[in-house]
Design a protein around this ligand. Structure first.
Ligand SMILES: Nc1ncnc2c1ncn2[C@@H]1O[C@H](COP(=O)(O)OP(=O)(O)OP(=O)(O)O)[C@@H](O)[C@H]1O
Ligand SMILES: [Mg+2]
Length: 254
């Protein structure tokens, strides 16, 4: 069995008596992709909040690289190598694509000098590689604000990658994208998973199928089922919690 990079063990988050997480467990291996699905309100975003230290669990633990990180503040968890990306792109619109990437690389170990970014040789090569990976080499000198929605999302994924995070938590990265942009995003995540691990939350089953990754299904704050998309689709409990939405799962596996 492969050693885990991130282990969520029996995590419970209580919002004044309401258990948004109720004994949730999940494991993420190094350089892998795992998809997290579940009906609205299942607790998917709360799980990300709990992993990154934004909400504090009442019981259970989060273990990263063998260390218990449950009680750490968010900035320390980020520094250790877990990053969360939100649905809205968080790029700096008045900086160029290359400057946004340089800024995120710098946030870990680079330096700022007068009016120019100085990057070490290694970081520069890394920034070039990242530009290539996210398909934005041609747009490197364009202002981030001029990019399409999909391109902004890719830039932000690239920024997280440039910061050297081991684990990326992506909450609905393909929301608001065209079919072709979503397909390119799935391809980008698959390529980046050679170096990083991804937990990807999404409702779009076509996009989920394109990730070709194991799926965890959440319901009422806990893990309902894990398996391939096909296995999850054929599970009667999953069908029951999704009700009408199960048709989307069917279509994606057809
Ligand atoms: N700060 C909070 N205080 C109280 N209840 C909350 C809080 N945050 C989330 N919840 C509740 O916890 C439950 C889980 O919410 P969460 O946002 O994690 O679900 P989700 O699976 O991400 O849903 P969606 O698919 O709609 O994004 C919901 O019932 C939500 O209303
Ligand atoms: Mg959510």
């Amino acid at each position: 069995m492969t050693a885990s990079l991130l282990d969520v063990e029996d995590l419970t988050v209580d919002f004044e008596g309401f258990k948004a997480l109720d004994g949730m467990s999940l494991h993420l291996e190094p350089t892998s992709v795992r998809v997290l699905i579940g009906p609205n309100g299942a607790g998917k975003s709360t799980l990300c909040d709990a992993i990154i230290g934004r909400v504090h669990p009442t019981s259970g633990k989060v273990v990263f690289k063998g260390k218990n990180i449950t009680s750490l503040p968010e900035y320390e968890i980020v520094r250790k190598g877990i990053c969360r990306k939100f649905q809205t792109p968080g790029v700096l619109e008045n900086l160029t694509v290359a400057e946004n990437l340089a800024l995120s690389a710098r946030s870990r170990r680079e330096c700022w000098r007068s009016f120019g970014w100085t990057l070490s040789g290694e970081a520069r090569v890394r920034a070039e590689e990242t530009l290539e990976l996210i398909g934005l080499t041609e747009k490197r000198n364009q202002l981030a604000g001029e990019l399409s929605h999909g391109q902004k999302q890719w830039l932000e994924i690239g920024m997280v990658v440039a910061s050297d995070a081991d684990v990326l938590l992506l909450d609905e990265p393909a929301a608001g994208m065209s079919h072709s942009e979503a397909a390119q995003t799935a391809e980008l995540i698959r390529r980046l998973s050679l170096r990083h691990s991804f937990l990807v939350i999404d409702h779009d089953m076509t996009f989920v199928a394109q990730l070709e990754a194991p799926v965890s299904v959440m319901h009422m704050g806990r893990l309902l089922k894990e398996g391939t998309l096909e296995e999850v689709r054929n599970d009667p409990q999953v069908a029951a919690v999704y009700l009408g939405r199960v048709k989307e799962v069917d279509r994606a596996c057809a």
